[in-house]
Design a protein around this ligand. Structure first.
Ligand code: T46
Length: 135
């Protein structure tokens, strides 16, 4: 599966760079939550779940990390290593974040508030849900 990166517009001048993200413009949903992940150990894999109803944009604003997405049929992995690039992660998508650099800060813009009930943490249940949707 090819994971398409979104290239955000950069506003650069001789002072440096700036990226601006607005809901329903660069971000294709209303932003209800922002969180960020940092100080992740190199050997750690985070995520390992899907969401029933949540859209997210992931941006590695500092350092780098790998993102693996799995839609139940196909998998793809992408390197995020630029603060002006992001990836869109829809619902029903298994995600894993791994190979974080020591200085990595992964910023996430989410379409909904945190709800534990929205998580699918069992891979077999995730696959079963996908099968049911496709039947
Ligand atoms: C996702 C990937 C990319 C909260 O209290 N509020 C929050 O908004 C979030 C995201 C987490 N938490 C708590 C719940 C856990 O006790 O923070 C702790 C760590 O969360 P979790 O183990 O879910 O973190 P990751 O890195 O495995 O996954 C996170 C998001 O949870 C998830 O939605 O898509 O980042």
């Amino acid at each position: 599966m090819e994971i398409r990166k979104i290239n955000f517009q950069r506003h650069g001048d001789d002072r440096g760079m700036l990226v601006a993200l607005e809901e329903n413009k660069e971000i294709p949903f209303k932003i209800k939550r922002v969180y960020y992940i940092y100080d992740t150990k190199k050997e750690v894999r985070r995520g390992l779940h899907a969401h029933k109803s949540l859209e997210q944009i992931l941006i590695c604003v500092h350092g780098s990390c790998m993102i693996t997405l799995d839609n139940g049929n196909e998998k793809g992995t992408v390197l995020l290593d630029n603060p002006y690039e992001g990836i869109y992660v829809p619902n029903n998508m298994w995600r894993e974040m791994h190979d974080f650099s020591e200085d990595a800060v992964l910023l996430v813009l989410a379409s909904d508030f945190y709800r534990e009930e929205d998580y699918i943490r069992d891979y077999n249940i995730f696959l079963k849900n996908i099968e049911e949707e496709n039947s």
